[in-house]
Design a binder for this molecule. Structure first.
Ligand SMILES: [Zn+2]
Length: 235
């Protein structure tokens, strides 16, 4: 109970409010804690590349294999959530990259549909948890090495509709229309500081990815900071 004479200290007030809040929300908190305890533990592999092998080698990764990653052994080890990254290797061109990404996404979706009893495509955390709770493998779709060198926001939005939730921003070859690449010298014989990081289109894409809910994989990005932002804050 609040003292009626002197005003309470901040500490006392917080204690009083905390007690009241706990009593008021106790059933909701209890239900939340119970459902968290009932949910199976999450064991996630955040970087898998198996759809590329389905596309190029026609393997069935639900069959255990000696080499490489496969669903069978991952599942047996307790993994119940992965990010499968399609990689548009060898299709590094303004026209070919999105086309190859589409081929790989179609392979990914077809593969997931044909094994729907054991896996499901997750488009957000809640969907992943539902898939896992049903005893299946939740699979998020990612893309590395390039999705569209032009960085067209409409292409990005379309990929998002198809389930894309992780995008490696920099290419593995050189600068594209929106970002430098740390591999520019090695792979493309270019200087890695064409934009000193990313340009205006890159910033717009970052905003769009945040709006859509796409996780940005910064692998192969350069060490350059955003020059416009950094100059504002350098005395
Ligand atoms: Zn990778």
């Amino acid at each position: 109970m609040m003292p009626s004479t002197a005003p309470p200290s901040r500490r006392k007030l917080l204690q009083w409010l905390g007690t009241g809040a706990l009593v008021a929300t106790a059933p909701a908190r209890l239900a939340q804690a119970q459902s968290a305890l009932a949910a199976p533990p999450l064991l996630m592999d955040g970087h898998v590349h198996v759809v590329n092998r389905v596309y190029w080698e026609s393997i069935d990764p639900w069959q255990a294999a000696d080499g490489g990653w496969d669903y069978a052994r991952a599942r047996a080890a307790g993994v119940n959530c992965i990010i499968d990254n399609i990689g548009t290797y060898g299709a590094w061109n303004y026209d070919y990259t999105p086309k190859q990404a589409l081929r790989l996404i179609e392979t990914f979706l077809r593969f997931a549909e044909s094994h729907a009893d054991r896996m499901g495509v997750a488009r957000d955390a809640a969907e992943a948890r539902r898939i896992i709770a049903a005893g299946r493998m939740a699979v998020f779709l990612g893309c590395e090495s390039g999705w569209d060198h032009e960085g067209d926001p409409d292409v990005l939005a379309a990929f998002h509709r198809l389930g894309l939730r992780v995008v490696q921003f920099a290419t593995q070859t050189g600068f594209n229309a929106f970002s430098d690449s740390a591999l520019a010298q090695l792979q493309g014989r270019q200087a890695p500081d064409h934009y000193h990081g990313i340009n205006e289109r890159g910033r717009a894409l970052v905003a769009e990815m945040n709006r859509l809910g796409i996780l940005i994989d910064i692998t192969h990005g350069t060490e350059d900071r955003l020059p416009v932002v950094s100059q504002q804050f350098i005395p």
